[in-house]
Design a protein around this ligand. Structure first.
Ligand SMILES: [Zn+2]
Length: 256
């Protein structure tokens, strides 16, 4: 990370740009009061570190650290699809699934930064075992790891390719992922935003190359119908992760 920042700062200096601060999004929970990384499953070596303070001292710049999807939610709310709304949820799928929640104009961080762990909220109480020790979590069905495990270890793009080509087993896995996402979006809408204007932004990061099938709205609408809404009162917008919003995300850490 230090080497990457040195390259970025060097390139900025070469273009005559002044860098005012450093923003880092971490895949894990960050204690908002101390800036310490409480837990990071995908980068366990960062757990317990005061990354912001270390980077700030190393580069003599203000450095801000937050959960990566929290940063993404802030950026969508301030600059992106969520502009003008008081509340939104960004549901970001990748290796795991994270969520950033802005409610009534405020990012919800929860105790020790753990808010938004919707990936480990069950969509089926008697469902498959999850690696967190629970059962039926959203990640088991709709994350990159969950989809790959359901397909016997096949890479996720290959699962989507096979589904697109008509493979029945792969199609069932993709349908199940859509159903699981629909169930979670239904939970978010029903449990948080009942009947209010809102945005749920579903960010499909890992599937951008071959994941077109996951954009099918039918399973999601089917789930809305199951819970009683023939006309879904939710704006579900599918966003492909992009470097522009990655940069916006890290910029908003300074602004907020
Ligand atoms: Zn779990």
């Amino acid at each position: 990370m230090t080497a990457l920042l040195e390259r970025v700062l060097g390139r900025a200096a070469g273009q005559g740009l002044t860098v005012g601060a450093i923003g880092v999004g971490v895949p894990g929970s960050v204690d908002p009061t101390t800036g310490v990384i409480v837990e990071s499953h995908h980068t366990p070596e960062l757990t317990g570190h005061h990354l912001g303070r270390a980077l700030g001292a190393r580069f003599a710049l203000p450095a801000f650290v937050d959960n990566d999807v929290n940063a993404l939610a802030l950026s969508e709310w301030m600059f992106g699809l969520g502009r003008g709304t008081d509340s939104l949820v960004v549901l970001a799928t990748g290796t795991g699934i994270g969520a950033g929640i802005v409610l009534d104009g405020r990012l919800v961080r929860g105790g020790a930064g753990y808010a938004g762990e919707l990936g480990h909220a069950p969509v089926r109480f008697d469902g498959r075992s999850c690696w967190c020790g629970g059962r039926g979590c959203l990640v088991v069905y709709a994350s990159g790891r969950g989809i790959s495990e359901a397909a016997g270890g096949r890479a996720v793009p290959l699962v989507f390719q096979a589904a697109t080509a008509g493979d029945a087993a792969a199609s069932a896995i993709v349908d199940e992922a859509c159903d699981a996402l629909g169930a979670m979006i239904g939970t978010i809408v029903g449990g948080v935003f009942v009947l209010e204007a809102l945005s749920v932004i579903l960010q499909v990061a890992s599937f951008k190359l071959t994941g077109r099938r996951i954009f099918r709205m039918a399973p999601l609408h089917h789930h809305f119908e199951l819970i009683g809404w023939s006309e879904p009162k939710v704006i579900t917008r599918f966003v492909i992760a992009g470097i522009v919003f990655g940069l916006f995300s890290l910029t908003t850490l300074k602004l907020r």
